[in-house]
Design a protein around this ligand. Sequence first.
Ligand SMILES: Nc1ncnc2c1ncn2[C@@H]1O[C@H](COP(=O)(O)OP(=O)(O)OP(=O)(O)O)[C@@H](O)[C@H]1O
Ligand SMILES: [Mg+2]
Length: 495
Amino acid sequence: MLGKGILDGALVAEATVTAPLKTLNRHGLISGATGTGKTKTLQVLAEALSDASVPVLMMDIKGDLSGIAAPGIANDKINERAQHMGITYTPAGYPVELLSLSDEPGVRLRATVTEFGPVLLSKILGLNPTQESILSMLFKYCDDHQLPLLDLKDLQKTLQWAANEGKKELSDTYGNISAASVGTIMRKVIELQQQGADQFFGEKSFEVDDLMRIADDGRGIINIVRVTDLQDRPKLFSTFMLQLLSELYATLPEAGDLDQPKLVMFIDEAHLIFSDANEVLINQLETVIKLIRSKGVGIFFITQNPMDVAPAVLGQLGLKIQHALRAFTANDRKDIKLTAANYPDSDFYKTEDIITQLGIGEALVTLLDEKGIPTPLVATMMCPPKSRMDILTAQEIDALVSKSQLAGKYNQPVERESAYEMLTKKLEVAKEEAPAKQAAKKAAEPEEKNILETIVDNPIAKSMMRTAGNTIVRSLLGSLGLGGTSSRKKKSSWF
Ligand SMILES: Nc1ncnc2c1ncn2[C@@H]1O[C@H](COP(=O)(O)OP(=O)(O)OP(=O)(O)O)[C@@H](O)[C@H]1O
Ligand SMILES: [Mg+2]
């Protein structure tokens, strides 16, 4: 139950507005001006889903959702609303698991670079096809050589190695790779890193099955991802969202038509996903959103203006809850007209007018009925949330995290040897072996004198080597590209 219908400014007690559970995998939108009741509507929906044993996942960008774990307090306003609607107000707290992408209290959400895979990572980094194929090749190399790519440090080390010491080995097996392209990939990885992505990439990686838990009392667990610190880092946020959706898509079996969704996800401040995301990323998001419905996962976007959501995504949303919009400027009025035109026609309301007249905690609702057909709009007084309409205190949050079963599983730091350490070791070994190898090679082919050796034998170069040291000259010669095939072979064994 979402609430009760309103007609001509009066509540219609017998007009109960409900949403069929089986259509909630058809995605939805909650929109409206600031302070009009979007977050409370989200809370009401999440509570109803949990009561129906559907696990919930919500992105808490403003940090105002934690209160759902505690029972609400019946104040005058709530009592008045309940009385008006003819319902009894029964406060209830819900089973909540707090999750975090950073050091905020809660279960740590992480994913490894390998799990991301080259295709998704290329999309996030905005790579062109050439750069993407290089990345794919590096993933393959690491896979073939058991070099785990866990965090961004591993990826960076691998890129560095590919542009330098590993260039020869890679080109022998996979064909030439351009140092310029590797450089571009590296730059984009650093850009992602600057948004704090280091915190997200690594072990222990989160298993999405853990989002599907049901509490002992049969209610769905409400997973709240605290992403308050991602507000100004939209790229990281959309990276995380895309990875999560892809992972859910890959992990869950095809579900067909279910009586109720397997998981419903709420994304508050959804414009963050769509702003600053490149087109490829948005396309990818669209695809995943379209497909994930058949896995029984519903996604709800919460945002001030429906126009914040990419049009192709907007077209796929079944349940729409439109809270009031405010007409302060001519532009606002234009937006309102456009928004109203996007909703189904109604015999009872003039959408464009009523959108501006809705009170706080009231909304225009249209949804898919049991047959999947969109219903006409109904102005609705929304139910009050049963849980607290305020946040948990720091102590309450600590108490919640200390009870968490998942925190023990995911919050221990994992120390595992990965590509970074393994490549570093490989390079060290090569460096140690280099003089012996070189001597052996010299002994084996005494008459061969490659370009580099010719230059090194040159008296000027010799004097440079004496003054500047072997390494500098060698790397200088290397960077000047003064090396034939055999000299490059040497170069790789110097490290
Ligand atoms: N369904 C409701 N029942 C009772 N009170 C409500 C309801 N919806 C909204 N309110 C009241 O309105 C206030 C603002 O609601 P809410 O925080 O949901 O707005 P919002 O649209 O999410 O705002 P913002 O855009 O700033 O996040 C609440 O604190 C509450 O007092
Ligand atoms: Mg809000």
